[in-house]
Design a protein around this ligand. Structure first.
Ligand SMILES: Nc1ncnc2c1ncn2[C@@H]1O[C@H](COP(=O)(O)OP(=O)(O)OP(=O)(O)O)[C@@H](O)[C@H]1O
Ligand SMILES: [Mg+2]
Length: 219
């Protein structure tokens, strides 16, 4: 067969990261760039629409990851059969996507100082905001993605102070192998420690809250 006639292999890209880093904003722009033949799999939506929710908690939805993984596998299989590019979006990517089913996993990172502003706009409670920011500082989703997919498939994108368009452009360049992968380049922990803000993001029990001070007075 003439190699020119050979169909180009369609790509599967995943965009993940901790809550609030900009996954859905960037994913929409990436999908526009990939074109109308792209199938977007939004993990939150898929879980809700197909009853892969175990329970609702104050921290968010408790997802049945086994069921969601099955749903994802099935959708990826159908999309590959239809020769569509696939874009999978959500913080659960490391736990529900098989490494063989994905070419590139883009992990978005964002400064915890910006994240807390997003959480305030979403009216998260102080505890939920702190927990989510702490999770980003520790790079939980990044490290789980790295463990699940390995060095060759995972790339980190620091979105801090960049427009979502710029991040989307970089992801497309990387998917087309025009940009080298970078991973392990973000270190929020060092930044937060240097600014003396560990207590702000981690409950270290250093300062007593109002309630605790009131209790002390009563003793
Ligand atoms: N550089 C950036 N890239 C992407 N989003 C950004 C950026 N800067 C600010 N934002 C803003 O961050 C907010 C959170 O974005 P978005 O809802 O896409 O995050 P998410 O990762 O999908 O969150 P969740 O995990 O809760 O679904 C939005 O208001 C978005 O406009
Ligand atoms: Mg989102």
């Amino acid at each position: 067969m003439n190699p020119k006639q050979k169909k180009e292999k369609k790509k599967t890209l995943a965009i993940t990261g901790n809550p609030g880093v900009g996954k859905h904003t960037v994913a929409k722009l990436v999908a526009d760039r990939l074109g109308p033949q792209t199938v977007t799999i939004d993990l939150n939506k898929l879980a809700i629409e197909h009853g892969a929710i175990l329970k609702k908690t104050p921290r968010g939805l408790d997802v049945d990851v086994k069921k969601l993984a099955r749903l994802v596998r099935e959708r990826v299989r159908v999309s590959a059969g239809n020769n569509n590019d696939v874009l999978i979006v959500g913080h659960l990517v490391p736990y529900v996507v098989r490494p063989v089913d994905v070419d590139l996993v883009a992990v978005l990172r964002r400064s915890p100082y910006e994240l807390v502003k997003t959480f305030a706009a979403r009216r998260y409670s102080a505890e939920k905001s702190r927990e989510n920011a702490a999770s980003e500082i520790l790079g939980v989703v990044f490290s789980d993605a790295f463990k699940a997919f390995g060095r060759r498939k995972v790339a980190e994108f620091d979105t801090t102070g960049r427009t979502p368009d710029k991040t989307a452009d970089e992801i497309i360049q990387m998917l087309n192998k025009l940009l080298q992968k970078r991973a392990g380049v973000v270190d929020w922990l060092a930044m937060v420690a240097e600014k003396g803000d560990m207590q702000k993001f981690f409950d270290l029990g250093l300062k007593k809250g109002r309630k605790e001070r009131m209790n002390d007075k009563g003793k």
